[in-house]
Design a protein around this ligand. Structure first.
Ligand code: NAP
Length: 308
């Protein structure tokens, strides 16, 4: 059986697109991918999503969005999409690790995944003292030193969260000024447990006898000087990589992999294929802007289906 519309991704953009297309009686199928709820499930308090004057926990906000989408008849498949193809009749085939689905329109809302710098030996250390999620792993590192790498809002948020557990939090940044918003930067720099390490990048990892991270080599970005820092966990917060590669040549991408839409629309170069949220947004990358894009993509998809 073919679907009217498939939404790929279950973050702010995907859930919002689901709410709108479900209310338009399109009975959307959301294929969630492995990170149900998207990036907000790895944050704590969300203070800037309108409508929550006292803030709301990221996972709770996402659960609310899923409940709201289900209320209007959205269906969910908890599978990973591997590829999407498009035939001459305009039909899409969405292939997951479990099966294939047919749909007349597709909204891609697959977001972006944490970036790692690509240092030798890094991949085998993920989960062994190297991670990109303080909310997930912070509580394992009580009363020991840890580091956060990055100078943006994510790095500041992670560092603040980690002060609840760690004895000290080194904030390692490649420059000497933070990119983060002023309010976050001020909070971080005035916190007694957070120790900024300016003009430095990680140049290697030290491990103990059980293969867990026990320290890092730092390299100065100004003098190239190398030093060592003992710690138990490194939290990477150096940005994200958009999850767009599974779309092959159905979409145009910029140099960083973000999907390029037809200007002034939510449409990609393939008619019936729309993109919303962080997978197509290198500029704003906010929960609320992703939700807004999900809404716009849903309205455009609805009009596309009505006219085809
Ligand atoms: P970001 O703003 O792009 O910051 C990434 C940081 O990592 C930058 O400081 C960058 O350094 C550094 N970096 C990048 N590549 C690196 C490398 N290879 N080695 C070392 N450092 C590297 O990313 P983000 O913090 O994830 O934030 C993404 C967006 O989400 C932003 O728009 C942000 O405002 C938003 N956000 C908002 C909130 C909130 O409002 N509550 C929370 C989290 C994120 P440079 O500064 O030198 O480029």
């Amino acid at each position: 059986m073919s679907e009217q519309i498939i939404i790929i991704g279950a973050g702010c953009a995907g859930y919002t697109a689901a709410i709108y297309t479900a209310r338009a009686n399109l009975s959307p199928l959301v294929i969630t991918g492995s990170q149900l709820g998207g990036q907000l499930t790895t944050t704590t308090e969300v203070e800037n999503f309108p409508g929550f004057p006292d803030g709301i926990q990221g996972p709770e906000l996402m659960m609310n969005m899923q409940t709201q989408a289900e209320r209007f008849g959205t269906r969910f498949a908890y599978e990973n999409v591997i590829s999407v193809s498009h035939d001459n009749s305009g039909m899409f085939t969405v292939t997951t690790s479990a099966q294939s689905y047919q749909a007349r329109a597709v909204i891609v809302a697959t977001g972006a995944s944490a970036r790692y710098p690509g240092i030798e030996g890094e991949s085998r250390l993920i989960g062994h003292g190297l991670t990109a999620c303080a909310t997930c792993d912070g509580a394992f590192y009580r009363n020991v030193p840890v580091a956060v790498v990055g100078g943006g809002d994510s790095a500041c948020e992670e560092a603040m969260f980690l002060t609840r557990f760690a004895s000290e939090v080194y904030l390692i940044h490649r420059r000497d000024t933070l990119r983060a918003s002023r309010i976050m930067a001020e909070r971080v720099l005035s916190h007694e447990k957070i120790k900024p390490v300016w003009n430095a990048v990680i140049d290697g990892y030290l491990t103990d006898e059980s293969g867990e991270v026990s320290g890092i080599y730092l390299k100065s970005t100004t003098t190239e000087e190398r030093s060592e820092l003992a710690l138990k966990c490194v939290f990477m917060a150096i940005g994200h990589v958009p999850n767009s590669s599974f779309l092959g040549d159905l979409v145009e991408r910029d140099d960083h992999g973000y999907i390029i839409r037809i200007p002034g629309t939510m449409s990609t170069k393939t008619p019936g294929l729309f993109a919303a949220g962080d997978v197509t947004d290198s500029q704003y990358r906010q929960a609320i802007s992703s939700a807004g894009m999900g809404c716009s993509a849903a309205i455009e998809a609805e009009r596309y289906l009505a006219s085809h």
